[in-house]
Design a protein around this ligand. Structure first.
Ligand code: SF4
Length: 424
């Protein structure tokens, strides 16, 4: 193995892979003190979650950054003048095994630019996974990207070796896709997704009858959407995400703030801020939809098509729906408890347990872990402390922001000073 050449390829192909967040990427501080392979801090180690919820570190690379397509938002697009490289199949296998033996990684996240054709590329991705499983007896985690437009047969085969499969729709709307990725059709994404969904269902049903049925993509499938590259509203994005969750049994939809890397008049210019906070608000909304019983239309609708940046989506919803509050924590059902800002599902479940034995007051709630600085404006309990009936949404928001450490605190200070002097 030519180590210098492999290191160069790693630098290029790990760097090109960093824009894909669909394996919950985060950097690693683990450094190689010697001069050998495996400087984890530079060479694309990311983290992901296995079928049973364990967090694992992965080698995250592209097989190649050569691509026949020209998606406007992508650093790998064919018209971009960047250094190109391609791993051989055996090189990726050897790297994975070497990194694994050195304890740098517990698995592999492998994506690729499209070279020659979607099927040709998918075949090579599968060949890496197959070699790892069958020749190296590798039982670590493997996340394979599904190449848009890959055939059903290859999607079936991929799921026999990979733990997770993902195909990134990238642009949340069909019109945006036409504008920015003219080489791709909507069907190129949905067809592989549908195949994976159908195989997941088939294998699950077969396993009920025959216990020895092998697993097919046991960590399911995921997708990613770029946020802020085109003019989609948060409503468009979350409706699209909800559709993919339902129609294709997605395990996760990831939201990736657009990082301008190329000058293109269809896209935000280089130097534009990456919408990190917007990305965070979308993840919070996604969480509310999946675990807190909210429907998209409650949080995002024609009157409110974008998420507030200064407050989280649950607080924003509560402020727009004050007629539902205050909620009596000693009487309310789980659904309404989960809607109180400052209460996570863990606290909700603890409240439901604790109130079987006593009426809860603020001290009890504090011990349970409720964020009282927010929650106290939306609930009543077995105590009249803090009880206020004279607060409207703006005042509550101001008071919460005043007591938070967030960057939006300052803008409320003047209004708050006014309010405090009025109220005293
Ligand atoms: S097909 Fe994938 S790798 Fe190629 S330009 Fe489009 S997004 Fe980038």
């Amino acid at each position: 193995m030519n180590f210098e050449r492999i290191k160069e390829k790693l630098n290029i192909l790990a760097d090109a892979a960093k824009y894909d967040v669909s394996c919950a990427s985060s950097g690693s501080d683990r450094k190689n003190k010697g001069s050998g392979l495996g400087n984890a801090s530079r060479m694309g180690i990311c983290h992901s979650y296995t079928e049973d919820g364990r967090c694992v570190s992965l080698l995250k690379i592209l097989l190649t950054n050569h691509c026949i397509y020209d998606c406007a938002y992508c650093v790998t697009r064919k018209s971009n003048d960047v250094k190109r490289a391609a791993f051989k199949i055996q090189e990726v296998v050897d790297l994975t095994i070497n990194f694994y033996r050195r304890n740098y990684i517990e698995g592999l996240f492998l994506s690729s630019g499209i070279f020659k054709s979607p099927d040709h590329t998918m075949e090579r991705l599968i060949a890496v996974a197959k070699k790892l499983r069958e020749e190296e007896n590798f039982n670590g985690y493997i996340h394979l990207k599904s190449i848009p437009g890959a055939s059903d047969e290859l999607m079936y085969e991929a799921g026999l070796y990979a733990d997770r499969l993902s195909v990134n729709i990238e642009v949340p709307t069909i019109s945006g896709l036409k504008l920015l990725a003219p080489d791709k059709k909507h069907e190129d994404f949905t067809k592989p997704m549908r195949k994976v969904k159908n195989e997941l269902i088939r294998y699950k049903n077969e396993r009920k009858v025959i216990k020895s049925t092998p697993k097919y993509a046991p960590a399911g499938q995921s997708t990613q959407m770029i946020v802020g590259a085109t003019g989609e509203t948060d409503k468009d994005i979350m409706y699209s995400a909800t559709y993919y969750y339902k129609a294709y049994n997605m395990k996760r939809v990831y939201y990736s703030g657009y990082v301008p890397v190329l000058e293109d008049n269809r896209l935000p210019s280089i130097g534009s801020q990456v919408p990190m906070l917007r990305e965070n608000r979308l993840y919070q909304t996604d969480w509310l939809l999946r675990f807190y019983g909210f429907a998209v239309k409650e949080i995002l609708n024609d009157e409110h098509p974008n998420l507030d940046i200064d407050v989280d989506p649950k607080l924003s919803w509560a402020l727009r729906n004050l007629h539902h509050f205050p909620v009596d924590v000693n009487k309310a059902g789980k659904r309404m408890l989960a809607r109180i800002p400052g209460l996570g599902m863990l606290s909700v479940n603890k409240i439901l347990q604790a109130r079987k034995f006593r009426k809860l007051n603020w001290d009890h709630l504090k011990k349970i872990g409720v964020a009282l600085n927010r929650a106290k404006y939306f609930m009543v309990c077995d105590s009249h402390q803090w009880e206020r009936r004279d607060l409207d949404a703006e005042k509550i928001k101001g008071l919460i922001l005043q007591n938070s450490t967030g960057k939006f605190r300052k803008q409320y200070s003047n209004q708050l000073a006014l309010f405090t002097s009025e109220a005293t």
